[in-house]
Design a protein around this ligand. Structure first.
Ligand SMILES: Nc1ncnc2c1ncn2[C@@H]1O[C@H](COP(=O)(O)OP(=O)(O)OP(=O)(O)O)[C@@H](O)[C@H]1O
Length: 301
Protein backbone atom coordinates (compact mmCIF):
# COMPACT_ATOMS: atom_id res chain seq x y z
CA UNK A 1 0.00 0.00 0.00
CA UNK A 2 2.88 2.36 0.85
CA UNK A 3 5.91 2.05 -1.37
CA UNK A 4 9.12 4.00 -1.00
CA UNK A 5 11.64 3.35 -3.76
CA UNK A 6 15.12 4.87 -3.92
CA UNK A 7 13.75 7.96 -2.19
CA UNK A 8 16.29 10.69 -1.76
CA UNK A 9 16.23 14.30 -0.61
CA UNK A 10 19.45 16.25 -0.32
CA UNK A 11 19.12 19.54 1.52
CA UNK A 12 21.68 22.31 0.88
CA UNK A 13 23.43 21.52 4.17
CA UNK A 14 24.20 17.94 3.12
CA UNK A 15 21.49 16.52 5.41
CA UNK A 16 18.43 14.69 4.16
CA UNK A 17 17.35 11.15 3.35
CA UNK A 18 19.30 8.82 1.09
CA UNK A 19 18.16 5.94 -1.11
CA UNK A 20 15.31 4.87 1.16
CA UNK A 21 13.52 1.65 0.24
CA UNK A 22 10.66 0.13 2.21
CA UNK A 23 7.08 -1.05 1.80
CA UNK A 24 4.07 -1.22 4.06
CA UNK A 25 1.52 -3.84 3.05
CA UNK A 26 -2.22 -3.30 3.29
CA UNK A 27 -3.33 -3.77 6.89
CA UNK A 28 0.20 -3.67 8.23
CA UNK A 29 1.41 -1.37 11.01
CA UNK A 30 4.91 -0.11 10.33
CA UNK A 31 6.84 1.57 13.12
CA UNK A 32 9.30 4.17 11.92
CA UNK A 33 11.95 4.70 14.55
CA UNK A 34 15.03 6.83 14.75
CA UNK A 35 16.93 9.33 16.83
CA UNK A 36 16.55 13.09 16.62
CA UNK A 37 17.06 14.53 13.15
CA UNK A 38 17.28 11.08 11.54
CA UNK A 39 14.90 11.94 8.71
CA UNK A 40 11.54 10.56 9.88
CA UNK A 41 9.55 13.75 9.29
CA UNK A 42 11.31 14.35 5.97
CA UNK A 43 10.24 10.87 4.79
CA UNK A 44 6.69 11.49 5.97
CA UNK A 45 6.53 14.88 4.22
CA UNK A 46 7.40 13.10 0.98
CA UNK A 47 4.64 10.56 1.59
CA UNK A 48 2.16 13.42 2.00
CA UNK A 49 3.36 15.11 -1.19
CA UNK A 50 4.66 18.23 0.58
CA UNK A 51 8.23 17.73 -0.62
CA UNK A 52 9.51 16.85 -4.07
CA UNK A 53 12.05 14.04 -4.03
CA UNK A 54 15.54 14.78 -5.39
CA UNK A 55 15.40 11.16 -6.62
CA UNK A 56 13.18 8.11 -6.38
CA UNK A 57 9.51 7.77 -5.55
CA UNK A 58 7.00 7.56 -2.75
CA UNK A 59 3.70 5.90 -3.66
CA UNK A 60 0.50 5.27 -1.74
CA UNK A 61 -2.13 2.93 -3.17
CA UNK A 62 -0.51 3.26 -6.59
CA UNK A 63 -0.61 7.07 -6.52
CA UNK A 64 2.60 9.05 -6.85
CA UNK A 65 2.80 11.12 -3.68
CA UNK A 66 4.29 14.17 -5.41
CA UNK A 67 2.42 14.12 -8.74
CA UNK A 68 -0.93 13.07 -7.25
CA UNK A 69 -0.49 14.96 -3.97
CA UNK A 70 -4.07 16.28 -3.79
CA UNK A 71 -5.56 12.81 -4.11
CA UNK A 72 -3.08 11.32 -1.65
CA UNK A 73 -3.87 14.00 0.92
CA UNK A 74 -7.59 13.27 0.62
CA UNK A 75 -7.11 9.55 1.01
CA UNK A 76 -4.68 9.52 3.94
CA UNK A 77 -5.30 10.36 7.59
CA UNK A 78 -2.29 12.46 8.55
CA UNK A 79 -1.05 13.73 11.88
CA UNK A 80 1.89 16.10 11.45
CA UNK A 81 4.76 16.27 13.94
CA UNK A 82 4.03 19.89 14.60
CA UNK A 83 0.52 21.01 13.86
CA UNK A 84 0.11 24.46 12.36
CA UNK A 85 -3.42 25.53 13.28
CA UNK A 86 -5.31 28.59 12.24
CA UNK A 87 -5.32 30.72 15.37
CA UNK A 88 -8.60 32.59 15.12
CA UNK A 89 -10.91 29.56 15.24
CA UNK A 90 -11.94 26.84 17.67
CA UNK A 91 -11.37 23.08 17.43
CA UNK A 92 -14.79 22.30 15.96
CA UNK A 93 -14.39 24.97 13.27
CA UNK A 94 -10.99 23.58 12.37
CA UNK A 95 -12.46 20.08 12.02
CA UNK A 96 -15.36 21.52 9.94
CA UNK A 97 -12.83 23.10 7.61
CA UNK A 98 -10.97 19.81 7.09
CA UNK A 99 -14.22 17.85 6.70
CA UNK A 100 -15.30 20.34 4.02
CA UNK A 101 -12.00 19.95 2.15
CA UNK A 102 -12.39 16.17 2.19
CA UNK A 103 -16.08 16.27 1.28
CA UNK A 104 -16.95 14.49 4.52
CA UNK A 105 -20.66 14.73 5.41
CA UNK A 106 -21.16 12.60 8.52
CA UNK A 107 -20.03 13.88 11.89
CA UNK A 108 -20.71 10.60 13.71
CA UNK A 109 -17.14 9.26 13.83
CA UNK A 110 -15.77 12.66 14.71
CA UNK A 111 -18.17 13.07 17.66
CA UNK A 112 -17.32 9.58 18.87
CA UNK A 113 -13.60 10.39 18.79
CA UNK A 114 -14.09 13.72 20.62
CA UNK A 115 -16.07 11.82 23.26
CA UNK A 116 -13.26 9.29 23.66
CA UNK A 117 -10.46 11.81 23.85
CA UNK A 118 -12.54 13.95 26.19
CA UNK A 119 -12.01 17.53 25.17
CA UNK A 120 -14.17 20.55 24.53
CA UNK A 121 -13.96 21.13 20.79
CA UNK A 122 -15.46 24.62 21.22
CA UNK A 123 -12.27 25.85 22.94
CA UNK A 124 -10.43 28.44 20.82
CA UNK A 125 -7.26 26.85 19.44
CA UNK A 126 -5.00 29.60 20.78
CA UNK A 127 -6.17 28.70 24.30
CA UNK A 128 -5.50 24.97 23.90
CA UNK A 129 -2.64 23.15 25.63
CA UNK A 130 -0.19 21.10 23.52
CA UNK A 131 -1.96 17.88 24.49
CA UNK A 132 -5.37 19.26 23.57
CA UNK A 133 -4.11 20.40 20.16
CA UNK A 134 -2.68 16.92 19.67
CA UNK A 135 -6.12 15.46 20.38
CA UNK A 136 -7.72 17.75 17.77
CA UNK A 137 -4.99 16.62 15.34
CA UNK A 138 -5.75 12.97 16.06
CA UNK A 139 -9.49 13.45 15.53
CA UNK A 140 -8.68 15.21 12.25
CA UNK A 141 -6.51 12.26 11.17
CA UNK A 142 -9.01 9.53 12.10
CA UNK A 143 -12.43 11.14 11.48
CA UNK A 144 -12.86 10.21 7.80
CA UNK A 145 -12.01 6.53 8.37
CA UNK A 146 -9.03 6.63 6.02
CA UNK A 147 -7.59 3.46 4.49
CA UNK A 148 -4.09 4.73 5.31
CA UNK A 149 -2.91 6.53 8.45
CA UNK A 150 0.40 8.37 8.65
CA UNK A 151 1.15 9.54 12.15
CA UNK A 152 4.23 11.59 13.04
CA UNK A 153 4.94 11.16 16.76
CA UNK A 154 1.27 10.84 17.65
CA UNK A 155 1.52 10.60 21.42
CA UNK A 156 3.77 13.59 22.02
CA UNK A 157 1.97 15.81 24.53
CA UNK A 158 -0.57 13.17 25.56
CA UNK A 159 -0.73 12.07 29.19
CA UNK A 160 -0.37 8.33 30.00
CA UNK A 161 -4.13 7.78 30.11
CA UNK A 162 -4.59 9.33 26.67
CA UNK A 163 -1.57 7.41 25.34
CA UNK A 164 -3.27 4.20 26.43
CA UNK A 165 -6.48 5.29 24.73
CA UNK A 166 -4.54 6.08 21.59
CA UNK A 167 -2.96 2.61 21.53
CA UNK A 168 -6.44 1.08 21.88
CA UNK A 169 -7.69 3.19 18.98
CA UNK A 170 -4.73 2.16 16.87
CA UNK A 171 -5.36 -1.53 17.60
CA UNK A 172 -9.00 -1.08 16.55
CA UNK A 173 -7.87 0.51 13.28
CA UNK A 174 -5.44 -2.34 12.75
CA UNK A 175 -8.30 -4.80 13.27
CA UNK A 176 -10.25 -2.99 10.53
CA UNK A 177 -7.36 -3.50 8.10
CA UNK A 178 -6.12 0.11 8.02
CA UNK A 179 -2.53 0.51 6.80
CA UNK A 180 -0.57 2.51 9.34
CA UNK A 181 2.83 4.16 9.38
CA UNK A 182 3.72 5.58 12.76
CA UNK A 183 6.87 7.43 13.68
CA UNK A 184 7.71 7.36 17.32
CA UNK A 185 10.39 7.50 19.95
CA UNK A 186 8.28 5.34 22.22
CA UNK A 187 9.41 1.76 21.91
CA UNK A 188 6.61 0.44 24.03
CA UNK A 189 3.89 1.94 21.88
CA UNK A 190 5.55 0.55 18.75
CA UNK A 191 6.06 -2.81 20.42
CA UNK A 192 2.35 -3.10 21.21
CA UNK A 193 1.06 -2.04 17.82
CA UNK A 194 3.58 -2.54 15.01
CA UNK A 195 4.09 -5.63 12.85
CA UNK A 196 7.41 -4.41 11.50
CA UNK A 197 9.77 -1.60 12.33
CA UNK A 198 12.24 0.31 10.22
CA UNK A 199 15.09 2.15 11.89
CA UNK A 200 16.44 5.29 10.26
CA UNK A 201 19.65 7.04 11.24
CA UNK A 202 21.39 9.95 9.47
CA UNK A 203 18.90 9.65 6.61
CA UNK A 204 19.64 5.97 5.96
CA UNK A 205 17.39 3.01 6.75
CA UNK A 206 19.80 0.93 8.82
CA UNK A 207 17.53 -1.98 9.80
CA UNK A 208 14.11 -3.53 9.40
CA UNK A 209 12.74 -6.06 11.86
CA UNK A 210 9.60 -8.10 12.21
CA UNK A 211 8.23 -7.32 15.68
CA UNK A 212 6.56 -10.73 16.03
CA UNK A 213 9.87 -12.51 15.32
CA UNK A 214 11.59 -10.29 17.83
CA UNK A 215 8.97 -11.09 20.45
CA UNK A 216 9.44 -14.82 19.83
CA UNK A 217 13.19 -14.36 20.31
CA UNK A 218 12.64 -12.33 23.43
CA UNK A 219 14.42 -13.58 26.51
CA UNK A 220 13.19 -13.56 30.07
CA UNK A 221 15.35 -13.05 33.09
CA UNK A 222 14.32 -15.06 36.15
CA UNK A 223 15.69 -13.21 39.16
CA UNK A 224 16.24 -15.62 42.00
CA UNK A 225 16.94 -14.39 45.53
CA UNK A 226 18.82 -16.95 47.62
CA UNK A 227 19.04 -17.43 51.38
CA UNK A 228 22.76 -16.64 51.49
CA UNK A 229 25.64 -15.36 49.36
CA UNK A 230 27.15 -18.85 49.47
CA UNK A 231 23.96 -20.26 47.92
CA UNK A 232 24.08 -17.51 45.28
CA UNK A 233 27.70 -18.46 44.50
CA UNK A 234 26.68 -22.05 44.13
CA UNK A 235 23.80 -21.19 41.77
CA UNK A 236 26.03 -18.88 39.71
CA UNK A 237 28.23 -21.92 39.05
CA UNK A 238 25.41 -24.34 38.31
CA UNK A 239 25.76 -24.14 34.55
CA UNK A 240 22.53 -22.13 34.08
CA UNK A 241 22.80 -19.02 31.83
CA UNK A 242 23.59 -16.35 34.42
CA UNK A 243 22.70 -12.89 33.10
CA UNK A 244 23.66 -10.85 36.17
CA UNK A 245 24.45 -11.17 39.84
CA UNK A 246 23.91 -8.70 42.70
CA UNK A 247 24.64 -10.03 46.21
CA UNK A 248 22.16 -12.78 46.96
CA UNK A 249 20.29 -12.25 43.70
CA UNK A 250 21.12 -14.18 40.54
CA UNK A 251 19.48 -13.36 37.20
CA UNK A 252 19.07 -16.34 34.88
CA UNK A 253 18.25 -15.87 31.19
CA UNK A 254 15.68 -18.27 29.71
CA UNK A 255 14.08 -18.56 26.34
CA UNK A 256 11.19 -21.00 26.37
CA UNK A 257 13.02 -23.89 28.16
CA UNK A 258 11.83 -23.90 31.79
CA UNK A 259 12.01 -27.59 32.75
CA UNK A 260 15.74 -27.74 33.40
CA UNK A 261 15.68 -24.38 35.20
CA UNK A 262 13.06 -25.42 37.75
CA UNK A 263 14.63 -28.84 38.28
CA UNK A 264 17.94 -27.15 39.08
CA UNK A 265 16.35 -24.51 41.35
CA UNK A 266 14.79 -27.30 43.43
CA UNK A 267 18.18 -27.92 45.01
CA UNK A 268 18.64 -24.38 46.38
CA UNK A 269 17.43 -22.36 49.36
CA UNK A 270 15.35 -19.70 47.59
CA UNK A 271 13.60 -16.79 49.33
CA UNK A 272 12.17 -14.94 46.29
CA UNK A 273 11.62 -15.06 42.54
CA UNK A 274 10.96 -12.27 40.05
CA UNK A 275 10.55 -12.34 36.27
CA UNK A 276 11.91 -9.58 34.04
CA UNK A 277 11.29 -9.41 30.30
CA UNK A 278 13.93 -7.82 28.15
CA UNK A 279 11.85 -5.38 26.16
CA UNK A 280 12.38 -4.59 22.53
CA UNK A 281 14.11 -1.38 23.45
CA UNK A 282 17.00 -3.38 24.84
CA UNK A 283 17.07 -5.50 21.69
CA UNK A 284 17.13 -2.38 19.56
CA UNK A 285 19.74 -0.50 21.51
CA UNK A 286 22.62 -1.92 19.53
CA UNK A 287 21.40 0.07 16.53
CA UNK A 288 22.11 3.30 18.34
CA UNK A 289 25.16 4.94 19.75
CA UNK A 290 24.79 4.88 23.51
CA UNK A 291 25.01 8.69 23.38
CA UNK A 292 21.75 8.84 21.47
CA UNK A 293 19.94 7.18 24.32
CA UNK A 294 18.08 9.54 26.61
CA UNK A 295 17.47 6.78 29.13
CA UNK A 296 14.34 5.28 30.59
CA UNK A 297 11.85 3.14 28.79
CA UNK A 298 10.44 5.95 26.79
CA UNK A 299 12.79 6.84 24.07
CA UNK A 300 15.76 6.30 21.91
CA UNK A 301 16.78 9.87 21.25
N1 LIG B 1 14.05 22.20 4.85
C1 LIG B 1 15.21 21.76 5.34
N2 LIG B 1 16.39 22.34 4.99
C2 LIG B 1 17.56 21.88 5.46
N3 LIG B 1 17.69 20.84 6.31
C3 LIG B 1 16.57 20.22 6.70
C4 LIG B 1 15.27 20.65 6.24
N4 LIG B 1 14.33 19.83 6.80
C5 LIG B 1 15.01 18.94 7.57
N5 LIG B 1 16.35 19.17 7.51
C6 LIG B 1 17.41 18.39 8.18
O1 LIG B 1 17.28 17.03 7.78
C7 LIG B 1 17.50 16.16 8.89
C8 LIG B 1 16.28 15.28 9.13
O2 LIG B 1 15.23 16.03 9.71
P1 LIG B 1 13.82 15.42 10.12
O3 LIG B 1 12.96 16.55 10.63
O4 LIG B 1 13.29 14.62 9.02
O5 LIG B 1 14.22 14.46 11.33
P2 LIG B 1 13.30 13.60 12.32
O6 LIG B 1 13.82 12.22 12.26
O7 LIG B 1 11.87 13.82 12.02
O8 LIG B 1 13.71 14.23 13.71
P3 LIG B 1 12.84 14.59 15.03
O9 LIG B 1 12.77 13.34 15.81
O10 LIG B 1 13.71 15.61 15.68
O11 LIG B 1 11.53 15.12 14.58
C9 LIG B 1 17.83 17.06 10.07
O12 LIG B 1 19.22 17.14 10.18
C10 LIG B 1 17.24 18.40 9.70
O13 LIG B 1 17.96 19.45 10.28
Amino acid sequence: MIQVTGLEKRFGNGRGIFDLNFQVKQGEVYGYLGPNGAGKSTTIRHLMGFLKPSRGHARIGGLDCWRDAAEVQKKVGYLPGEIAFLDGINGAEFLDLLAGMRGLKSKARREELIERFQFDSKTPIRKMSKGMKQKVGLVAAFMHDPAVLILDEPTSGLDPLMQKLFVELLLEEKEKGTTILISSHMFQEIERTADRVGIIKDGVLIAEENVHDLQARQKRIIEVTLASAAEADRLAQSGLAVADRHGNRVGIAVQGEYQHLFQTLGGYAITGVDVRTLDLEELFMHYYDRNDHMGGKEGVR
